[in-house]
Design a protein around this ligand. Structure first.
Ligand code: FAD
Ligand code: MLT
Ligand code: ZN
Length: 484
């Protein structure tokens, strides 16, 4: 993979500095002499699971600078890792060896916003939350939201085709991204930064870069359709006696809330206990007994009273159902309570890092089978002798129930080959049995390159490889990620 590529030298870095006098460079080479520790945050991922060995990070400020750096890398066969906020969960944004890291954090300007169409054009390094803050006074929201919003960048979101908490309502980025500007592996700038909603002029090239995880080029600009901010937002947290109630709840919720339903998120009791242990207040006043699951549902509508009435009706129906659908429920009574209910769901990922080292699986399977799959993996780990003793502390599930996306997480005392091989490939075999997806939203990165076949057949993989080779015949763009 790396045999036709070469490592950066001190002379190379000096040369880059000379052609890019205003581009910040962090490098262990002279004359920069940064320490390895200063490069650590670029070489290590958010979970501290993947570690690279890059000597040099460049932080260009413009598309032109990105193009010059990439062109030089192409000419000199130097491998590149494009990096956004480095919140990715599959190792895609950190080097495998000593690739040059091109970090997009300095490309953080908004280029335009049209208040009539709601179309925003931003540089790829804009942090998702800062784009939401920019839009708020203009009465718009970003079509996506995720727990990593304070650090992840729109270019990273596009490159991973991030799903998140609003997908149920606003769909995937394949629909809301209208255009992209991309620096191709030879440095050419592909300007597809369209700001029209409808465009059927031939192949839709931009779609290839949505979810390409930096293997086909570097996204430098994004044009995205932003929805009008809903006038009324409400959320409800339900404690549910057991998993078998969730599908009837989902159907009841949909029937009551129809077009205003904007999220239907699930977490199990293990996830709930972990998030409560790490800084989140227990939200229910009543005793929830041995409730096994929780549902966070959100509505985004036009009239607060109207939506509240619908939700109160819904809660009444659920509370009084003959099938005892819920143990109890809380309807947020204030913006603070609304935010803390969301913070609990969004805080699970971080709480898990405080609990131990987590193996994360992000799968699409039929929603009704979430519990069976979690149980099957737990029992498998028990049979392998690694749970509850032997390294595995907890097996739990949460995720975007409304989208059929389960986050199955295995919390351990530490990452170890023994535990990894106890979980994999069993988890992928199960997904394949359901004809599901081994990556619903986080991507392939370096974690799952070897197991793509569980979700993609031979013909699909062969065409993916042809596309990769067509764009990047020298293999410099994020080598070892996605397709090899
Ligand atoms: P990075 O991690 O820096 O990079 C991710 C990949 O994209 C890498 O392969 C990298 O090479 C490539 N890349 C980054 N920027 C560019 C660019 N400009 N051009 C080309 N390639 C680029 N993901 C979800 O889908 N849904 C969630 O709900 C969700 N919640 C999360 C919650 C937490 C707390 C955390 C830590 C992560 C979560 N994630 C989620 C995963 C992650 O945040 C997303 O994948 C996010 O989109 C990554 O953005 P980033 O800027 O951090 O990208
Ligand atoms: C989420 O939905 O919370 C994210 O995808 C992150 C995770 O899987 O932990
Ligand atoms: Zn998710």
């Amino acid at each position: 993979l790396f045999s036709s590529l070469r490592s950066l030298t001190e002379q190379d870095v000096s040369h880059l500095a000379s052609i890019l006098p205003s581009t910040p460079i962090i490098s262990t080479f002279s004359p920069f002499n940064n320490s390895k520790d200063e490069l650590d945050s670029f070489n290590t991922d958010w979970m501290k699971k993947y570690h690279g060995n890059s000597t040099t990070v460049v932080k260009p400020r413009s598309t032109e600078e990105v193009s010059q750096i990439v062109h030089w890398c192409w000419e000199n066969r130097v491998a590149i890792v494009p990096q956004g906020g480095n919140t990715g969960l599959v190792g895609g944004g950190v080097p495998l060896k000593d690739e040059l890291v091109i970090n997009l954090g300095n490309m953080n300007k908004i280029r335009s916003f049209d208040p009539v169409s709601g179309i925003l054009v931003a540089e790829s390094g804009c942090v998702l939350e800062s784009l939401s803050e920019y839009l708020a006074p203009k009465g718009h929201i970003m079509p996506l939201d995720l727990g990593a919003k304070g650090s992840c960048q729109i270019g990273g979101n596009v490159s991973t085709n991030a799903g998140g908490l609003r997908l149920l309502r606003y769909g995937s980025l394949h629909g809301s991204v209208l255009g992209l500007e991309v620096v191709l592996p030879d440095g050419t700038i592909l300007d597809q930064l369209s700001t029209v909603r409808k465009d059927n002029t031939g192949y839709d090239l931009k779609q290839l870069f949505i979810g390409a995880e930096g293997t086909l080029g570097i996204v430098t600009g994004v044009s995205i359709l932003t929805p009008a901010a809903p006038k009324a937002l409400n959320n409800v947290l339900l404690a549910v006696p057991n998993f078998s109630k969730i599908i009837p709840i989902f159907r009841t919720v949909r029937a009551h809330t129809s077009e205003i339903l904007s999220a239907f998120e699930f977490f199990d009791r293990t996830a709930y206990e972990i998030v409560c242990r790490h800084g989140h207040r227990r939200p229910f006043q009543e005793d929830i007994g041995d409730a096994q699951c929780f549902i966070l549902l959100e509505t985004s509508g036009g009239r607060k009273e109207h939506d509240e009435e619908k939700l109160n009706d819904l809660l009444g129906t659920l509370m009084n159902s003959e099938e005892n659908l819920i143990t109890t429920g809380v309807l947020a009574q204030s913006p603070f309570q609304f935010a803390s209910i969301w913070a609990m769901r969004e805080g699970i990922t971080e709480a898990l890092t405080k609990e131990g080292k987590t193996y994360k699986y992000d799968i699409s399977i039929p929603s009704g089978s979430f519990k069976d799959v979690i149980d099957e993996i737990r029992e498998h780990l028990r049979a392998q002798g690694v749970y509850p003793e032997g390294g595995v502390k907890a097996v739990l599930g949460y995720g975007h129930f409304g989208d059929g996306n389960l986050h199955l997480n295995v919390v351990t005392d530490g990452y170890s080959p023994k535990i990894a091989s106890a979980i994999e490939p069993r988890i992928y075999e199960i997904v394949s049995r359901y004809r599901g997806s081994i990556s619903a939203e986080h991507g392939i990165g370096s974690h799952k390159t070897g197991v793509l076949h569980y979700s993609k057949g031979e013909v699909s993989r062969a065409w993916m490889k042809k596309i990769k080779d067509l764009f990047d015949e020298r293999g410099i763009m994020n080598p070892g990620k996605v397709i090899i």
